[in-house]
Design a protein around this ligand. Structure first.
Ligand code: GDP
Length: 422
């Protein structure tokens, strides 16, 4: 009996110990789980006029934008799960779902801008085939009769070169061909190259001016670029691509999403910015574009950024509305100091319509440069000539595709070479 009693005591003791140990273990597991679940990334605060999601202050930008960047890139490329660093398991191994801790992906490095047009030349010559090759074929005919000259004229007009420049060019070609007498293909190519270059102009200042200046209070002010144009021309895309061009050239950029009327424009711009580490200042949808533009430059000054790029709204309901809006944006930004560039974005595929838009914008703001987009999708490269004539302002950049680095500084020689081929 005594033996049975002590066996019972031992059994009870063992049960008690087991219960206590189990309790302790489950407590550990629960608290460890709690710990793991505690810090999910805090939800981004809702955007406000001056504070975009997780907007850092000067000096904090290294952390916060990285968080934002991480989120964006995660959406595109899922980080490999193996990269998560699981914590050293304790005894007994707690059942904890591993939380992926992906390494912050590096910000993209845009392609260098030097020679971009040469890289994109194949795309350009493909789309411009009918202009350059057509002209060369016609000029190579044995007898250059009136019909042939008319065909040459038609080819130029179809490519949107414009009436006056076409007549000038044909006149020059006639003269030079007459002087030349017999023509070898090389001579013709050289002659056409020279005359097209003459028409486009090789001595215009095509640099996008983004040098820092002095602000109204004597402080250093970033270069300020306003990007204007009708919606759909590729304005926001161009602003994003231009940010990449500037980053590739070693500059720091702040973006101002002053197109507050198109619902997705600010998100679109912010995504472009995040890819290259440029912060975007945005306001509420439908908010005052001028105040966003003002805040963007203010932020650029505070951050000592090199350049502030301002994407504007391009509603063309009425000229007065546009004038009020763009004029106001410019005036308000100028409270900080000068606007260094006003780039007009034109869709090369829109021909005459594009020229009409160009005229309206030129009346509203002082355009300093033209960006011709979608040159990859049209054989109407002659618009380069026509729009420069129309505005007396040089084409500074050309868009040659939807890819992130498909924006190139405009180089007349590379452009003409692409037109007439090698
Ligand atoms: P926005 O309304 O003027 O801001 O126009 P978006 O920037 O949203 O661009 C309108 C469309 O044009 C988008 O689908 C762009 O990808 C496209 N786009 C912009 N630039 C180019 C270009 O150079 N080539 C081509 N093929 N598409 C372009």
């Amino acid at each position: 009996m005594a033996d049975t009693g002590s066996v019972m005591e031992i059994v009870i003791l063992a049960v008690v110990i087991a219960v206590v140990v189990l309790g302790a273990i489950s407590g550990l597991v629960v608290s460890s789980r709690k710990k793991k679940q505690l810090p999910p990334a805090p939800p981004p605060s809702s955007p406000s006029v001056t504070a975009p999601p997780a907007e850092p202050h000067v000096g904090e930008e290294a952390e916060t934008p990285r968080e934002e960047k991480r989120r964006t890139v995660e959406e595109v490329e899922l980080p490999p799960a193996e990269e998560a660093a699981p914590e050293a398991p304790e005894e007994p191994a707690p059942v904890v779902e591993p939380e992926p801790e992906p390494e912050a992906p590096a910000v993209e490095v845009p392609e260098p801008t030097a020679g971009r047009l040469v890289r994109l030349r194949a795309r350009l010559s493909r789309s411009q085939n009918s202009l350059g090759k057509g002209l060369l074929t016609l000029l190579s005919r044995e007898h250059l009769d009136e019909d042939t000259w008319e065909e040459i004229e038609d080819t130029l007009l179809t490519a949107d070169v414009g009436v006056a420049p076409t007549q000038e060019l044909v006149e020059r070609l006639r003269e030079r061909v007459k002087v030349l007498g017999t023509r070898t293909p090389e001579e013709l190519r050289g002659l056409l190259r020279e005359e097209l270059l003459n028409l486009i102009g090789t001595d215009a200042d095509r640099a996008v001016h983004t040098e820092p200046g002095v602000g109204v209070n004597g402080e250093e002010k970033p270069g300020v670029v306003m990007v204007v144009g009708v919606n759909g021309t590729g304005k926001t895309t161009t602003t994003g691509k231009l940010a990449r061009v500037l980053v590739a050239d070693g500059k720091s950029v702040v973006l101002g999403a002053a197109d507050t009327f198109r619902a997705a424009a600010a998100d679109q711009l912010q995504t472009w910015g995040e890819r290259v580490g440029a912060r975007t200042v945005r306001g509420p949808e439908g908010g005052d574009p001028a105040s966003v533009a003002f805040d963007a430059v203010k932020e650029g000054i505070a951050e000592s950024a090199d350049v502030v790029l301002i994407d504007t709204a391009g509603r063309l309901h009425t000229k007065t509305g546009l004038m009020d809006e763009l004029g106001k944006v410019k005036r308000v930004v100028e409270k900080h100091g000068s606007v260094d560039e006003v780039l007009l974005v034109l869709d090369a595929t829109t021909g005459q319509n594009g020229l009409v838009q160009a005229r309206v914008f030129a009346e509203v703001v002082n355009i300093t440069g033209i960006v011709l987009t979608k040159l990859d999708g049209t054989a109407k490269g002659g618009i380069v000539v026509a729009v420069q004539r129309e505005l007396g302002v040089p084409v500074k950049l050309v868009g040659l595709g939807e890819g992130a680095d498909d924006l190139a500084p405009f180089e007349p020689e590379a452009f003409v070479d692409a037109l007439i081929g090698d």
